[in-house]
Design a binder for this molecule. Structure first.
Ligand SMILES: O=C(O)CCC(=O)Nc1cc2ccccc2cn1
Ligand SMILES: [Mn+2]
Length: 241
């Protein structure tokens, strides 16, 4: 059996191995431009703008409502959750399939991560009224989310005029990363406390699609903790009831 000189990797695998894996291991985040190309990227944008026009994007929810503080002052996005098989989401589904393949190539090289499942896709729109998203960590308490992947859809975005920068504050690093939400840009970062981030006030309509990939072990433990929590609170309820 002759030694194989080189295994021909697809562009996607090259992207994963040469760009995303090294950057995630050293900086904790990585983004690439031209992920889908203009034609397919524009098809995704058209489907998202149609969802917005059709009123399918609703105010983003907060974990707990804080009396006296408007939700909008914390996060001003409007969102819709998409599985990908809905009618009119074919281009979004293609995007999700590509990100799935990218992450699965990365997963085997990102240490002991068993990344086998993900959330639905969250289509988000900041309406451009100055709303943003205050500094936060996506997964501060081991809920299972391991990687955050955000695909941006904003053509001719000028931060000086439109704001809307995603600022990441990488834990323990002496710098911040200012990321423009540019059309056809894919950003991936660790969802945990390594990457606090904020969306600065946006003054033009700002679209993005986010998916979270789970570490199956952490996810299973989180689900068990939740089951035990609900079981014990139900017991307390019945005993005190
Ligand atoms: O659009 C961007 O550049 C990032 C916005 C962002 O951080 N969104 C976001 C949205 C979330 C929705 C539900 C739960 C947690 C969440 C964490 N982050
Ligand atoms: Mn976030």
């Amino acid at each position: 059996m002759p030694f194989i000189e080189h295994v021909s990797y697809t562009d996607l695998e090259r992207l994963a191995l040469d760009r995303f894996v090294p950057a995630l291991l050293s900086h904790g985040f990585c983004y690439v431009d031209g992920f889908l190309g203009d034609l397919v990227g524009s098809a995704v944008l058209d489907q998202v703008t149609e969802m917005h026009r059709a009123g399918e994007l609703q105010d983003g929810r907060l974990a707990g409502s804080v009396p006296g503080i408007s939700r909008r002052s914390i996060r001003g996005d409007k969102t819709a959750w998409v599985g990908g098989s809905e009618r009119g989401c074919e281009a979004i589904s293609f995007l999700l399939n590509l990100i799935d393949r990218l992450v699965s190539v990365c997963a085997s090289r990102l240490g002991n991560k068993a990344i086998r499942e993900r959330s639905k896709a969250m289509v988000a729109c900041y309406p451009g009224n100055g709303a943003g998203y205050v500094k936060h960590v996506d997964n501060p308490n081991q809920d299972g989310r391991c990687l955050t992947c955000i695909y941006y859809l904003n053509k001719n975005w000028n931060p000086k005029e439109h704001g809307g920068i995603l600022r990441i504050f990488p834990e323990g690093k002496p710098y911040v990363a200012d990321i423009k939400p540019l059309f056809d840009r894919l950003l991936v970062f660790w969802s945990d406390r390594r990457n606090p981030h904020e969306v600065q006030p946006s003054f033009s309509t700002r679209y993005a699609i986010t998916v979270w990939y789970f570490d199956s072990d952490e996810r299973a433990k989180a689900k068990k903790r939740f089951r035990d929590l609900t079981a014990s609170s139900a017991e307390q309820g019945s005993s005190s009831g």
